[in-house]
Each structure stands twice: as structure tokens, then as C-alpha cells.
Design a protein around this ligand. Structure first.
Ligand SMILES: Cc1ncc(COP(=O)(O)O)c(C=O)c1O
Length: 388
């Protein structure tokens, strides 16, 4: 089939129209390595124009606020407390629509995120790391203070705004449903024709909640929806799951919270279970996504996959893992752009031992440098950042 008949892409009116319709990708190499027979699928949100799943939320919150007259073009100032990606999505949306933006985020958030926001024209306020939820300097409290003092300013508030989960119910979930329903059953690729299990790492819980509603209401009431909560966060249910990790700090950004956001559903039957993951498991799973699937995705994508693998190997998950037709979707919420200079991310590029090819390259280049017509005593070559 020629590529032109696979994709018919219309001309879009702005980058906002390129949000959504992200690919669902078979993670066959990870499944084979982990001994899984089910169809393991990754929903790749890093291809979104501003780089993450939160573009969907930013777009919907801005457009609905415009329809409701809450945002007035040429006048309103959008203020948002965020761990970063919603801020980047809002900075993009507001650049296109002509609103000023102030993003309030923790000093934990990467400098890459701040740079992305500022080049898009947003202002960035940083609050200290490790504050108690009662502090007057949390990102939400500082955002509220700014909103009370800056004329025509509005907080769209992803933590309570129903359009956060709604964009996932109507968009993210529906796209997954369409993809599995259209996927043809073949003898080598059996499929149940449904989304059977869904995993997402949680920050506001908007993705988890919205996708749970989208899958369970109209598509597959018996779909399992599993929340992945980072060790040190208090979102998992029952709360005893969180206790052993209280006060644990973690490097991964965008996930975890110490108060339950209003958008995260506690409705019975919506979220079937929770898995706790830490940095170490997330980094190991991220390495699988990078090295086996070639996916340049975020630490939180590693958390989601780590939790999925843990659940699929649990007593409850084993039956699904061993069933060839079951469709298991892991949401990969963001890309590596925001973390590319972080030490933990650079460490993923290091091997405990140099690979065979690295050794071959070093040997070959040492010999090359020893040739009399090549040698330049004050110049050297680097292989994997090491001088040779
Ligand atoms: C990189 C990343 N992963 C995961 C999440 C969590 O998504 P949600 O807020 O829908 O729970 C976020 C939220 O900001 C994020 O930025």
C-alpha cells in the first residue's frame, strides 16, 4: 500500500487542530521479552504539537472558556498551576489565540519545560520544592494570589475543570476504541475487538478518569482500568497502598500528588485497581521503551509501563497476559524533550559495560589516531563522551 493511501492529511487551520488522533503502537518486542501473549499497545502522546497528552486538556479548557465568555480575546490573562506539561499546552494554545499566560510550577520541573513555555511567550513563576499542602507558597496558592491581584486573569484549573477528564472521555478513549474495533483479526494476530485493560500514570487523574468513563460507559463495561501512582504520592486506593512510601521523593515529573484532585474519580467501579511504582522500576521500563521500541518517551511513560508489567505478572493479571486476543493499552503521556538534559535521563544512555561495537569503534579509532599522517597531539576524539 502506498503511504499516500494510508494517510490523507488535510491542511489544518492551526497547531490546535493537530492535537489528538495519536497512534496506538504495538509493543511487540517488549511483550515478547516479558513473555506476554496479549496485545500490548502504547498510545503515543508525545507526537502532539506541544509534546504531551496535556495539549488535549489545554485546548479543551481554553476553547470551552471562550465559548462560555470566561476568556475574552485581547483582554484575559490565563494563569495555571501545573507540573509543566499543561503549562506548555496552554502556552501553545494562548500563543495561537493571543492570550497572555502565567504558569506557576515547582522548582522541581525541568528547565527544558520553562524554556519551552518562555519561547512560546508565557511567563513562568517557580515555587519551592517539598512544601506541605498547607503552605502559602504552593503552586495552587500562589496562582490564586496572582489571579486575585492581576486584572482580567482566569485560572482554568486542570485539577477541578471537568473538561480535563472530558477531553479524554471524548477523545483519547474514543480513539483507542476506534483503533481496536477497526483492527482486523488474523490467525497470527487474534483480537478481542475491545480495549480490555488500560493503564495510565496519574497526576491530576484526568486521563485515568476520562478514559475509564469512555471505555466503561459505551464500549466495554468489563474493561479493567488500572491507575499507576508514584511511590511518595497519595492518590492510590485503598490509602494503605500509599503508607509504606509516605514522604518518599521521586525524580519523575508530572505525576503524583498529596491531595486528591477533584477531577480524579472515586466513583465505585471506575478504577479497578492501583499499582505503586518508583523511579527505579520506571527507569528500567523506560529503557525497554527506548531500546526495544525506539520510543523517545517520558519518565511517566516508564512508570505506566512498569506498573502495567507488574500488574500483568500479578495473580489477577496473569490470565489476561496469557490470552492472545486481549488488548492491553498503556498510555505514554509525553516525550523526552523536557528531560533530555536531566542526569537520570542521560544515565539511561550509559551501559555498565561498553558494547561490542563501542569497543570495536574505540580500537579502530585508536589505531587510526596512531597513524602518522592522522595524529594531531592536541586534538582527540570522544566515543560515548569518553576521550580516547
Ligand atoms: C508527563 C506527564 N505524564 C503524566 C501526567 C499525568 O496525567 P494526568 O494529569 O491526566 O493524570 C502528566 C500530567 O501533567 C504529565 O505531565
Amino acid at each position: 500500500m502506498s503511504s499516500s493511501s494510508l494517510f490523507r492529511l488535510p491542511i489544518l487551520n492551526s497547531a490546535l487542530d493537530a492535537i489528538g488522533s495519536t497512534p496506538l503502537i504495538r509493543l511487540d518486542r517488549i511483550a515478547a521479552q516479558e513473555g506476554l501473549k496479549c496485545n500490548l499497545l502504547g498510545k503515543l502522546e508525545s507526537v502532539s504539537p506541544a509534546g504531551s497528552v496535556k495539549d488535549r486538556v489545554a485546548k479543551r479548557m481554553v476553547e470551552v472558556a471562550e465559548e462560555e465568555g470566561v476568556l475574552v480575546p485581547g483582554k484575559s490573562v490565563v494563569i495555571e498551576p501545573t507540573s509543566g506539561n499543561t503549562g506548555i499546552g496552554l502556552a501553545m494554545a494562548c500563543a495561537i489565540k493571543g492570550y497572555s499566560v502565567i504558569v506557576v510550577m515547582s522548582q522541581k520541573a525541568s528547565v527544558e519545560k520553562e524554556t519551552a513555555m518562555r519561547v512560546l511567550g508565557a511567563e513562568v513563576v517557580r515555587v519551592p520544592i517539598g512544601l506541605s499542602s498547607g503552605s502559602r507558597l504552593t503552586h495552587t496558592t500562589v496562582a490564586k494570589h496572582l489571579q486575585q491581584t492581576i486584572p482580567h486573569s482566569v485560572i482554568l484549573d486542570q485539577y477541578s475543570n471537568p473538561n480535563n477528564p472530558l477531553c479524554h472521555e471524548l477523545g483519547t478513549a474514543q480513539e483507542m476504541i476506534d483503533a481496536v474495533e477497526e483492527d482486523a483479526r488474523t490467525p497470527t494476530r487474534p483480537t478481542s475487538g475491545k480495549v480490555d485493560v488500560f493503564f495510565a500514570s496519574t497526576g491530576t487523574g484526568g486521563t485515568l478518569t476520562g478514559v475509564a468513563r469512555g471505555l466503561k460507559k459505551a464500549h466495554n463495561p468489563s474493561a479493567k482500568v488500572i491507575g499507576i501512582d508514584v511511590k511518595g504520592s497519595l492518590l492510590a486506593v485503598p490509602p494503605q497502598l500509599n503508607e509504606p512510601y509516605r514522604g518518599t521523593s521521586y525524580l519523575i515529573e508530572g505525576i503524583g500528588y498529596d491531595v486528591i484532585p477533584a477531577v480524579l474519580t472515586r466513583e465505585p467501579g471506575m478504577i479497578d485497581s492501583w499499582v505503586k511504582t518508583g523511579d527505579a522500576e520506571a527507569f528500567a521500563a523506560l529503557k525497554l521503551l527506548l531500546r526495544l521500541e525506539g520510543l523517545l518517551v517520558s519518565g511517566s511513560s516508564g512508570s505506566a509501563l512498569a506498573g502495567a508489567l507488574m500488574w500483568l505478572k500479578s495473580e489477577e493479571g496473569r490470565a489476561i497476559a496469557g490470552d492472545e486476543g486481549k488488548n492491553v493499552v498503556v498510555l505514554l503521556p509525553g516525550g523526552t524533550r523536557n528531560y533530555i538534559a536531566k542526569e537520570w535521563f542521560r544515565d539511561l544512555g550509559k551501559n555498565s559495560e561498553p558494547s561490542m561495537v563501542a569497543r570495536q569503534a574505540v580500537d579502530s579509532l585508536r589505531q587510526y589516531l596512531a597513524e602518522p599522517d592522522v595524529a594531531e597531539p592536541d586534538k582527540f576524539l570522544l566515543v560515548n563522551s569518553e576521550a580516547i
